[in-house]
Design a protein around this ligand. Structure first.
Ligand code: HPA
Length: 245
């Protein structure tokens, strides 16, 4: 079963992947964020896609999520592990913890969020009760546990529009809504994967306390430092997870 890893901020490439080739894919929804990198890891075929494009040039609200997921489907991908940088809303979730979310609240707007929105196209309503595939979540959590890599085995991902960070009041509202982490790229990616029947789970890397959750303002420099550490942990976890997929 072909697996895709979608890398987020701080994970522009996947060390440990023995690369066989790269492929630029066009889809009827446009071009993916960049070339798909094909290779093998732990005896499994893997495709890597850098969500923000070469040199991190595509901001969260301008990622062509439909093209990305469609391109992966086109090349035969069946399951996706997405990597997301997030802020911690729940004060127990500190940098550089890893969270395997099990729920989503979507606060994004104006994104092309469906394959079934055209005027004359088919109408389709997918079930999205459990936005992440439980089988994949379980493999990630079990692998982390058996290798003593601390992960938080659930959480609600608040997807925000960005590219600005949130206000403190917005974060308070998201917490009242039940969200524990906040990021800008979780949606519509997860829903599009569901529309195309692809299994999908995420590893969220906490890079900062969310707005108003620490004494200081949010600093991108600080986030990048924390993300390096978090992504190092994520790479280790991925190298253990992929052989078990
Ligand atoms: N908010 C939204 N997205 C993020 C954050 C945040 O605090 N940190 C990393 N991505």
């Amino acid at each position: 079963m072909l697996t895709a890893i979608i890398g987020g901020s701080g994970l522009a490439n996947l060390d440990g992947l023995t690369i066989t080739h790269r492929e630029v894919t066009r889809t009827e929804f446009g071009e993916a964020s960049g070339a798909l990198t094909f290779g093998a890891m732990g005896g499994k075929d893997v495709v890597f896609l850098n969500r923000h494009g070469p040199g991190h040039t595509i901001p969260p609200h301008r990622v062509n999520y439909r093209a990305n997921i469609f391109a992966l489907k086109q090349v035969g991908v069946k399951q996706i592990i997405a990597i997301n940088a997030v802020g911690g809303i729940d004060s127990n979730l500190e940098p550089v913890g890893l969270v395997i979310p099990d729920q989503i609240i979507d606060y994004t707007y104006g994104r092309k969020q469906t394959y079934f929105g055209s005027e004359n196209g088919p109408v389709k309503h997918v079930d999205f009760t459990h936005p992440y595939t439980e089988r994949l979540r379980k493999i990630i959590i079990d692998t982390a546990n058996s290798n003593k890599i601390p992960v938080t085995p659930g959480g609600t991902y608040a997807a925000t529009q960005g590219p600005r960070f949130e206000t403190a009041a917005e974060i308070d509202r998201m917490e009242r809504d039940g969200a524990s982490i906040v990021g800008m790229t979780g949606m519509p990616e997860a829903a599009l994967a569901r529309e195309l029947d692809l299994d999908y789970a995420a590893i969220a890397v906490v890079s900062n306390p969310a707005a108003g959750r620490s004494g200081s303002e949010i600093s991108v420099e600080e986030i990048m430092i924390k993300l390096q550490l978090g992504m190092d942990k994520t790479r280790v976890l991925l190298e253990l997870v992929i052989p078990r997929l």
